[in-house]
Design a binder for this molecule. Sequence first.
Ligand code: COA
Length: 327
Amino acid sequence: MNAYISSLGHYVPEKRVSNDELAKTLDTSDEWIRSHTGIGNRHVSSDQETTAYMGYKAAQEALDKRGIGAEEIDMILVSTITADYHEMPGTSCLIQDLLGNSICGAMDIKAACSGFVYGLELGKGLINNGTASKILVIGTERLSRVLNWKDRNNCILFGDGAGAVLLEKGEGSPRGIINSILRAEGSGFDALSHPRGGTSNPFIEGEIVGTDHYLDMDGRRVYNFAVRANTVILKDLMEKNGLTVDEVDWIVPHQANRRIIEAAAKRDKIPLEKFYLNMEEFANTSGASIPLALADMEKKGLLKEGQKILTVGFGAGLTYGGNYIIW
Ligand code: COA
């Protein structure tokens, strides 16, 4: 009896910025961004829409849909690379406070765009071993605050938003998080990072802030890693579970870039229609992208009990991984 996803929620800021809008202040075009990434729009937070606020709204929606109160939650796991506070306190604690639960465990997961994939497996473990019976796994990101909006190489790729799932103890049905593959390649730590502000390169009192505290990425290096990570994880997840491509109903990848998914699909000989893609509307929302995609699928009526679903995440760390879910 595996832990299963009993409810979903999401939140995206109202403000929507199209590629054409960006091209008014940046040397880029809708044509370039679409053809290189598949991205058409991104949502951008207001001053009030903090990382914790968006995560809270997504979590509250999941709880409301399930018809339970936050006091029933035993643990909150939050995947984010855009925490409201640097290093501490965890955004999970802020979300706990907003939800009005004053006792459950709360922990942030720092596995970047793979964080939700890691979170599902961690949550499943805590439920299956009896530590918790109801867990919120949340991905929430405010990437607009860590981007250099003058750098066309990076800022076009990302957006803000949150997704949340409620994990509960399975009750005899085959539904659940069946198993996962969680990996990392630390040798690529500098391919995608925040170079400034950590203890190895702290800000110095009185210095004038430059641009090196923004998200920094070697796009080509990350692209090559991402295609390889997708290919390997999907192949290994199917092998591990004795699944053929035909038996898989949906693949829900981290929504970084359509070209990455197309290249991986071609290598693995998987029809592109098996992949659920919504980066056209939301761009790359890092740890939020997979739960946001699941919530989007549910809204469109695409998720049905018994479906076999694979997730695949990849990102800074470099981390990567995937989950096999029976819906
Ligand atoms: N608009 C117009 N031109 C742009 C541009 C933009 N937004 N961004 C870059 N360019 C230009 C470059 O300056 C370069 O011009 P040059 O040849 O005159 O120097 C040209 O386009 C090609 O740049 P290149 O970096 O080779 O493009 P690319 O085909 O590798 O595409 C990315 C760039 C970022 C789209 C691609 O590398 C990528 O998708 N990487 C993965 C990024 C990602 O998804 N990261 C998150 C993973 S979790």
